[in-house]
Design a protein around this ligand. Structure first.
Ligand SMILES: [Cu+2]
Length: 119
């Protein structure tokens, strides 16, 4: 199975993870989504036929990024140096979020929209 990795911003709790997962699964060709919340790294598992289709319009990566943008999570294809980017990106993201803490069970459910950060 093919996969694409994306760097997704604005994820700050498990509710965000659910939103990102649902947004990606609505894109044709997506078979599975794995989210690493601390790093913001998302691996999208793709149907082989969809991933190999060079005539896809828009290109699949563009469609995935557009779906995340629409859901409120700006995204970009992950850079090749995954581990290096991951190490320094996570603290800045956590500090700038409004969630006030590490994701934990129950976090994100205290607001009316279902998510601590308003997503
Ligand atoms: Cu959230």
């Amino acid at each position: 199975m093919s996969s694409i990795e994306l760097d997704v911003r604005n994820m700050s709790c498990n509710t965000c993870v659910n939103h990102v997962t649902q947004a990606l699964k609505q894109v044709a060709g997506v078979r599975g989504v794995q989210v690493d919340l601390p790093s913001g790294r998302v691996r999208v598992q793709l149907d082989d036929a969809a991933a190999a289709n060079p005539a896809a319009t828009p290109p699949l990566t563009t469609a995935l990024v557009a779906a995340l943008d629409a859901a409120g999570y700006p995204a970009a294809p992950a850079t090749a140096s995954a581990t290096a980017a991951t190490g320094k990106a996570a603290p800045a993201r956590a500090a700038s979020s409004g969630c006030g803490g590490a994701p934990s069970q129950g976090h994100g459910r205290s607001r009316s929209k279902g998510c601590c950060c308003g997503h």
